[in-house]
Design a protein around this ligand. Structure first.
Ligand code: HAM
Length: 415
């Protein structure tokens, strides 16, 4: 016998209850985001590798270690999307969306790919719900996107959570800060974790992410970016905070919040759930005013977030969704009458009923048992000379001709 193959490490099959939970999540996401005027967008699963190298940042872990990159038959370097923001900016430019009234508000629910160490809550193919608002620098955009994510997490049952908020300021202040931080790290290089020490020049900010005790001690004395941002950035941040305060959304200012992607400017935020283990970030994002120009477009301010579908479901404790209501189960006594059963199921579905058909050639007794297991409200059993229509709640059964049965079934569908 051949060896049985399994799904690749870090990937998941989605079926049964999980599939239903995801469908419910999608419905809630659509409800919250479309009610706020966001339009669904879908971009391709792979893009030119250069999009992520330029957009996400060559020094990030995502670009350095985590991309699924391949060369296609035409010799082009392509990459399975590790995130959605750079592709959406690419699409925004490609479709001239700048001509639309600003800001353009988009949302997505798509799968993403990162070659990460697989563990609970961290996968190599995972799904994100995301929202991007492009074309406005107003602090109300930052506040609205944060509030929408908070609302979505509430609706989805991720109640116990913490919001970390900070500002990274604008590039000039960041360059100056980076020099100060680099100098600080270099003077205490010996105390740092080897991988942090090796990357001081490349990306000193990532040292804030380290769990290494020595590194943490060095970082406790490190200069703080939030103290160095300029007056415009500070008043932008204050305005975002005031809007969140007015809306009653609690947050912690956390100047050590470092997002793993390089495109952020000004506001950054992350929601964490205590219900998750090491991978406690359920969703995060921020402003990325420089990204569009980095991708060859005009200066265009923008802000957005993405939240991990698997992590939301884990954090929400994955409550089993309502079982589907089977309105009608259609069985038959003999194969010669199968066509009638098919026609009745079709009639029922056209009338808006959830109708299931006997598909496994069970005995009559087996069919009734199966209908019961499905929780069917009605059962139509096609017999040699008519149809027995049974209401399961009270056991009432009527013997009808084929046509009368069809009429009766259509009536079950009308309110
Ligand atoms: P991110 O923080 O890299 O941001 O990912 C957002 C969310 O995706 C995380 O909070 C987490 O819930 C989920 N996630 C990330 N990696 C994995 C993984 N390997 N397995 C499971 N879930 C994962 C972004 O991707 C940005 N594009 C967000 C953004 C949008 N910023 C501005 N606009």
């Amino acid at each position: 016998m051949s060896e049985r193959l399994q799904a690749p490490r870090g990937t998941q099959d989605v079926l049964g209850e999980q599939a239903r939970a995801r469908a419910a999540l999608e419905g809630h996401a659509r409800g919250v985001l479309e009610a706020a005027g966001y339009e669904r967008i879908e971009t391709p699963a792979f893009e030119a590798t250069e999009l992520f190298a330029r957009g996400v940042g060559a020094s990030t872990d995502v670009v350095q270690k985590e991309m699924y990159t391949f060369t296609d038959g035409g010799g082009r370097s392509l990459t399975l999307r590790p995130e959605g923001t750079a592709p959406i900016c690419r699409a925004f430019l490609e479709h001239g969306m700048a001509r639309r009234p600003a800001p353009v508000k988009l949302w997505y629910l798509s799968s993403f790919f990162r070659y990460e160490r697989a563990q609970a809550g961290r996968y190599r193919q995972f799904w994100q719900i995301g929202a991007e608002v492009i074309g406005s620098a107003d602090p109300s955009v930052d506040a609205e996107t944060i509030l929408l994510l908070a609302e979505l997490l509430d609706v989805l049952g991720v109640g116990e959570r913490r919001l970390r908020l900070s500002s990274l300021g604008s590039p000039p202040a960041r360059i100056e800060y980076r020099e100060r931080l680099t100098a600080h790290l270099l003077t205490r290089r010996d105390e740092l974790a080897p991988e942090v020490a090796a990357r001081i020049e490349l990306n000193p900010l990532r040292a804030f992410d380290s769990d290494h005790a020595g590194t943490r001690a060095v970082m406790a004395d490190a200069p703080i970016l939030l103290d160095c941002i300029d007056d415009d950035d500070r008043s932008h941040f204050d305005a975002v905070r005031a809007l969140l305060d007015d809306a009653g959304l609690a947050y912690d200012i956390d100047p050590t919040l470092v997002r793993g992607l390089d495109y952020y400017t000004r506001t950054v935020f992350e929601f964490e759930s205590a219900a998750l283990g090491a991978q406690r970030g359920v969703g995060g994002g921020g402003r990325y005013d420089g990204l569009m120009a980095q991708l060859g477009g005009p200066d265009t301010p923008a802000c957005g977030w993405a939240a991990g579908v698997e992590r939301i479901l884990l954090a929400a404790g994955d409550p089993p969704p309502e079982p589907p209501v089977v309105d009608l189960y259609v069985g038959y006594a003999e194969p010669a009458r199968r066509a009638v059963a098919f026609a009745l199921a079709r009639t029922a579905r056209r009338a808006g009923l959830h109708a299931e058909l006997e598909l496994a050639g069970r005995s009559l007794k087996g069919q009734l048992k199966h209908a019961d297991r499905l929780g069917a409200r009605h059962v139509a059993l096609v017999q040699a000379d008519g149809v027995a229509l049974k209401t399961m709640a009270d056991g009432e059964q009527r013997e009808l001709g084929d046509e009368a049965a069809a009429t009766e079934i259509a009536r079950l569908g009308s309110p």
